[in-house]
Design a protein around this ligand. Structure first.
Ligand SMILES: [Fe+2]
Length: 317
């Protein structure tokens, strides 16, 4: 009997009976089959990079080891995708291909397959505005302690890494931090203490592992000593959208009126007042000014040296 299964038999290679009960409530690691897709082979990823629109990728170079939270943004310098992957394998950087599902419909099909499988296995609020990013990162690269606004999952495709996930509440995540991220649309430095590690859940991810965690739970990632490829997937729901509006509104109240809002409710008259207020104010020139010019491209890949980069005059993206 042929017992071999493929990605067409289902995205999840296993789904323990208890998993639906804790999905989205607790950090979870489970097995998937996305890494078996030919779309995620190194050859296919090289082709994808060859044609990737400039506005949809970020190339980040990390500072020397020991320099916390230092990174620069750069340009692929027109290099072939296969070479870009080799440069990353020999450098200290990561390439984030954002909105892959919008750039190439074959990846959108893969994303929809994955979210249909999640919805079937862990029924819950309807997930909308799904999106997929592909992260190609150097040996030993790390992503610092941060949190994200939408629901998220990390699907390991090539290489091995460790993800550490922390509780999505004080003192690990302060309401003001979440509001700033929601309001300004950028990552902020989340306050972090070494002792947070005592309260982290740590998962080692190898190809075919995926991690999912509660909304806004802070996390950080450490690559093992090898090239890594991971998919990050995101989704929204009615509840996540409401929480986001409250965060934006509370951030505006805090920054513009100097008032520290205490309610984080997502229903009732106060919620609707905040929803209307943030809708009117989030497009204001004040918000635009706070968001503008935060990151400039100041390096490009050096075609002459494997893994190398060249400094260029900064240009704001
Ligand atoms: Fe993240």
């Amino acid at each position: 009997m042929n017992t071999q299964t493929t990605i067409d038999d289902g995205i999840f290679a296993e789904w323990p009976a208890h998993q639906a009960a804790v999905w989205g409530r607790e950090p979870v690691k489970t097995r998937h089959r996305l890494h078996e897709s030919p779309l995620l082979s190194f050859a296919a990823l090289g082709d994808l990079i060859d044609a990737y629109p400039r506005q949809h990728y970020s190339l980040i170079h990390m500072g020397a080891r020991g320099e916390r939270r230092f990174w620069r943004e750069g340009d692929l310098n027109g290099m072939k995708g296969a070479d870009v992957i080799e440069w990353i394998a020999n450098g200290r950087m990561w390439l984030n291909l954002r909105r892959v599902d919008e750039v190439d419909s074959r990846y959108a099909d893969l994303l929809h397959l994955a979210y249909d499988a999640i919805a079937a296995n862990a029924p819950g609020p309807k997930m909308t505005n799904t999106s997929m990013g592909i992260l190609i990162s150097s040996p030993n690269a790390q992503v610092y302690y941060h949190c994200d606004l939408p629901g998220q999952a990390l699907w390991q495709i090539h290489g091995r890494k460790r993800i550490l996930i922390y509780p999505n509440r004080e003192p690990f995540l302060l309401p003001g931090s979440l509001e700033d991220i929601a309001l300004f649309g950028v990552e902020v430095d989340l306050p972090y203490e070494e002792w947070f590690e005592k309260f982290a859940q740590s998962f080692e991810l190898e190809p075919g592992d995926m991690a999912h965690w509660p909304l806004n739970a802070p996390h950080r990632v450490e690559n093992f000593d090898m090239l890594n490829v991971s998919i990050t997937s995101e989704h929204w729901s009615d509840e996540i959208t409401r929480r986001h509006r409250v965060n934006v509104a509370n951030g505006l109240l805090r920054h513009r009126l100097g008032w520290a809002p205490r309610s984080r409710g997502i229903a009732g008259p106060v919620y609707w007042a905040k929803a209307a207020m943030q809708s009117a104010m989030r497009r204001s020139s004040w918000v635009a000014k706070q968001r503008a010019g935060r990151r400039a491209v100041d390096f490009k890949l050096d075609p002459a040296h494997r893994g190398g980069v060249l400094d260029i005059t900064p240009a704001t993206t």
